[in-house]
Design a protein around this ligand. Structure first.
Ligand code: 26A
Length: 367
């Protein structure tokens, strides 16, 4: 297994990663992380289900939706039903938190911190433990009376349908950033999950303004089709602060429709150009499954082919996009160029796809 994983890594990239690791060993640890992330911390309930099960709740096989726990949404039953599944697994989730773990996996301890809101419960203990193991500094806001958020990751073949009850994650407040502002001031770059647009656009804008004033990179992931579809206004308020926007092809299509673009919804270059707008410094990166990654900025567009993973090596694709962003952010954090950042994103995504859930192999750097 490990040897196969190594084959995935091209030599330059390997040298690069070991180069990074060496610099970590030499470097002195600072109490502030270079990369600061913001998102919704969730615990994933992951299980393989049938298509009939998805149909019962009118779920699409590859999608992410929100449930409203307070309105008696039938889909809340999913969390109880999954407890009866023999293969149900509880894994750390939350899209931006997965990305933070991915970046820390490459960068080593002390380089990544993460803001989000959790409850005071065993779920939060588990998430904190996973973050700590990964070398992330967790800057959680803790809600005394609201449970930590959860996400049912319903796997069918290579697809995953994500059903989220945000819980405590929905109560993150910008004031929590103020309370830890020294971590923001000492950061060198930021990563924000688009999913957080459903929670606190104000918190995102607070970080975005700081990034803009100080000239630090500010990276936003579109996260899911529902973000451009149902949170268009919030997205429009946040986009001006972004230096990089990461998205996949289905989020791009949703953007195209939501913003009423004239181009076809699979014309990724035109859609990306619209997001770049008249910004001289914004880069848009569209992943496209096994198709080449598309990269667009004011200076033009480029395609970066993906090395396909054989279908037998695919365990599940839950978190693949988050892992791409993790590798990409690790490279940006180390000041690497765009080409290297995309290669590292593709590489970490391939590693994550071979693990259960949004996870990374434990032993890839050791024999
Ligand atoms: C606001 N919503 C719906 C969400 C999420 C989410 N993370 C933050 N906010 N819905 C699903 N996820 C996470 O996405 C990961 C896979 O990309 C899941 O927790 C899962 O780990």
């Amino acid at each position: 297994g490990k040897l196969k994983l190594f084959k995935l890594i091209n030599n330059d990239l390997l040298a690069d990663i070991f180069g990074l690791r060496r610099s970590i060993r030499r470097g002195n640890m600072s109490q502030f992380a270079k990369l600061v992330c913001l998102g919704n911390p969730l615990l994933d309930y992951q299980a393989t289900v049938t298509l009939e099960y998805l149909e019962k709740y009118s779920l699409k096989s590859n999608d992410a939706i929100l449930v409203d726990a307070s309105s008696g949404d039938q889909k809340m039953k999913i969390f109880e039903e999954l407890l009866e599944y023999p293969d149900v697994k509880f894994v750390a989730g939350g899209a931006a938190q997965n990305t933070a773990r991915g970046a820390a996996y490459v960068l080593g301890p002390g380089k990544v911190s993460y803001f989000g809101s959790v409850g005071r419960d065993v779920y939060a203990d588990k998430l904190l433990e996973e973050n700590t193991k990964a070398g992330i500094l967790s800057l959680y806001q803790v809600q005394e009376d609201i449970a930590t958020g959860k996400c049912a990751a319903l796997i069918t073949g290579h697809d995953r349908s994500l059903v989220t009850d945000l819980g405590a994650a929905n109560h993150f407040k910008p004031e929590h950033l103020d309370a830890h502002w020294e971590h923001v001031e000492n950061a060198e770059l930021f990563y924000v999950g688009g999913f957080h647009l459903t929670v606190s656009p104000e918190a995102i804008i607070k970080l975005g303004k700081h990034a803009q004033e100080t000239g630090k990179p500010f990276v936003l992931n579109l996260s899911a089709p529902m973000i451009p579809q149902f949170f268009k206004d919030a997205l429009e308020r946040v986009l001006p602060y972004t230096t990089h926007v990461i998205s996949n092809e289905s989020e791009a299509a949703a953007y195209c429709e939501s913003f009423g673009l004239e181009c076809a919804n699979d014309d990724l270059v035109s859609i990306a150009n619209h997001i770049v707008g008249d910004s001289p410094r914004r880069t848009v990166i569209f992943t496209h499954g096994l198709e080449p990654t598309v990269c667009v900025s004011a200076s033009g567009h480029e395609f970066f082919p993906v090395q396909p993973l054989s279908s037998t090596n695919i365990v599940d694709t839950n978190g693949a996009g988050d892992a791409f962003a993790g590798g990409f952010m690790a490279a940006l954090t180390e000041g690497k160029d765009l080409k290297t950042a995309i290669a590292m994103g593709q590489w970490l995504a391939a590693l994550s796809i071979q693990e259960v859930g949004p996870s990374y192999p434990a032993t890839v750097f050791q024999f």
